[in-house]
Design a protein around this ligand. Structure first.
Ligand SMILES: *Cc1c(COP(=O)(O)O)cnc(C)c1O
Length: 360
């Protein structure tokens, strides 16, 4: 068996020990005589898996008791509608900060559900930097302020937490949740699709402060009503059981790695290898403001774009896959989520140096 270095933006690489454990437990989970996939979500086995998954996440992220953790479906794109449906009703208005493709998408979707304002946009820098807080025009009557903490396509990331006063901060953390320690108390709601840093696709994690529940618009589908899901322990409808189980194994793995502080250090070391190379090179460029560079998704371009195909082919021959940039921006993108080992980044950096010396 040979495993590649998978630089996919998502679904993405998972920790090998997690995949091994899942394989070991595939036919018979802990003597139950069943695969987790075959279990009733109401049975005691799955209820214990669910409870353990939530408890480990709460411990890792230090989630306060007055926050609910919901395991839902629909992905982050689903949440782009589910968030306003549940939260905007309090005042009818919401602020969005635009930092790239994903936050633009969130903003566009929210317009259907209320009065939505752009509080700040990085459009003038072509989304290569996060707008400084001093430039934000926040509406004190907004029901929430929405940000995307890490723009998976553009490669910009918040390295500071916005201060939105008493207006709840909502963050799409799909591509950087669990990659670093954050203070959950500074957020009203955090949502993330699982398939970047937590597990398989199909699971969406929502962390929401309890007092924000109960303002859902009447059109909200019951399965997407946070309050109903919170009251039902995310079992109002059948939750994505197998994805919850795998996420639980990933959470335990992250705990074994030393928790989020240790993971963050590891991620910083990996990203530094790549950015140091990009900064020293005139053959490759990144183009993102230094202080806003993503530790998770590193887009880069070859100065000579006619060499793109050759670059990708050579990478593939060395077992490094999915380096092609998003179709909307072109170039290359190395997604280096938690589960990408430093050896993968070292191999990429080595290859990039060799390619430069051959083609530069
Ligand atoms: C991947 C991603 C999404 C889209 O997630 P879906 O699961 O396709 O809904 C949204 N936002 C961010 C930041 C992402 O990285």
């Amino acid at each position: 068996m040979s495993r590649v270095f998978n630089f996919s933006a998502g679904p993405a690489v998972l920790p090998e020990p997690v995949l091994r454990q899942a394989a070991d437990e595939m036919l018979d989970w802990h003597g139950s005589g069943m695969s987790v996939m075959e279990m009733s979500h109401r049975g005691k086995e799955f209820i214990s898996i669910h409870a353990q998954t939530e408890a480990t996440l709460r411990e890792l992220m230090d989630i306060p008791a007055d926050y609910k953790v919901l395991f839902m479906q629909g992905g982050a794109i689903g949440e782009n509608a589910i968030v306003p449906m549940n939260l905007i009703g309090r005042t009818g208005r919401a602020d969005y900060v635009l930092t790239g493709d994903w936050s633009k998408k969130s903003h566009k979707e929210a317009k259907t559900y209320g009065q939505v304002q752009v509080a700040a946009t990085a459009e003038s820098s072509k989304f290569t930097a996060i707008p400084k807080q001093a430039e934000w025009k926040l509406d004190p009557g907004a029901a929430y302020v929405h940000i995307c903490s890490n723009e998976t396509i553009g490669g910009v990331q918040f390295h500071w937490t916005p201060d939105t006063g008493s207006v709840p901060l909502v963050a799409d953390m799909s591509s950087d949740i669990l990659s670093r320690a954050i203070d959950v108390r500074k957020y009203g709601l955090i949502y993330a699709g699982a398939q970047k840093n937590m597990g398989p696709s199909g699971l969406t994690v929502v962390i929401v402060r309890q007092d924000l529940l109960g303002h859902a618009l009447p059109i909200t589908p019951t399965a997407f009503n946070y309050k109903l899901q919170a009251e039902a322990d995310s079992m109002y409808n059948t939750p994505p059981t197998y994805a919850i189980y795998i996420a639980g194994l990933v959470f335990q793995h992250v705990k074994k790695m030393g928790g989020l502080k240790a993971v963050e250090e590891h991620n910083r070391a990996k990203a530094k290898l790549l950015y140091d190379l990009l900064d020293a090179s005139s053959f490759y460029r990144n183009g993102i403001a230094r202080e806003d560079r993503s530790l998770m998704n590193v887009p880069f371009w070859l100065k000579d774009e006619t060499k793109n195909e050759a670059f990708l082919k050579g990478a593939e021959a060395r077992g490094m896959l999915q380096l092609k940039g998003h179709r909307s921006v072109g170039g290359m993108r190395a997604s280096i989520y938690n589960a990408m080992p430093i050896e993968g980044v070292q191999a990429l950096v080595q290859y990039m140096k060799e390619f430069e010396s051959q083609h530069g």
